[in-house]
Design a protein around this ligand. Sequence first.
Ligand code: 99T
Length: 204
Amino acid sequence: MKLFHSPASPYVRMVMALAIETGQAAKIERLPSAAVPVKPDQTIRVHNPTGKVPTAILDDGTVLFDSRVICEYLDAQHPGERLFPAEGAARWQALTLFALAQGLLDAALLARYELAMRPAEKRWDEWLAGQLGKIDASVAALEAEWIEHLEGRFDIGALGVACALGYLDFRFPERDWRKAAPRLAAWFESVAERPALKETRPQG
Ligand code: 99T
């Protein structure tokens, strides 16, 4: 499989972390990319009109995106225990937690683009505050409602949350999410040394 890749992207990180967790990293060929919203990478666009990473190209030419789809695809390709539970409450809980991690990240990325890409004179403070508020509310919900789940099996929800929190450390270190979420911080510490997370720490 070829994968349009960026070492700074938490969405790419989810795919790579899942591949490492499930013993499939060696079969992924990383393609360099320059995915930014204002100047789309045309080599990605040929395959994915949104121009985003991760985008995967399978050996038969089939294109898969986004991170949710590629993660679930890879999880169906190995003989071990699945990170996406197959059915029942475990599945819906894991998918909801994964969606929360994705939602947190979507807000964090919008805030990042607002701060790093939008010219200062065009900034809209209320809009930025709205995105930062979504991050804080998501962290609060993880602390209040999800610790028991997180401390259970390392499923796709847990993997997603670890990548989302890692992104906050990477791009928003000054916001110190740990202050309001000590149990979440302890959980994050306990999983941070997993090879899948250690080998995919964001860079950029
Ligand atoms: O928005 C764009 O045009 C380019 N941005 C991306 O490709 C980002 C890179 S993270 N990826 C996504 O937005 C993917 C979201 C999708 N729903 C998924 O795959 O789940 C870059 C982070 C950074 O540099 O700080």
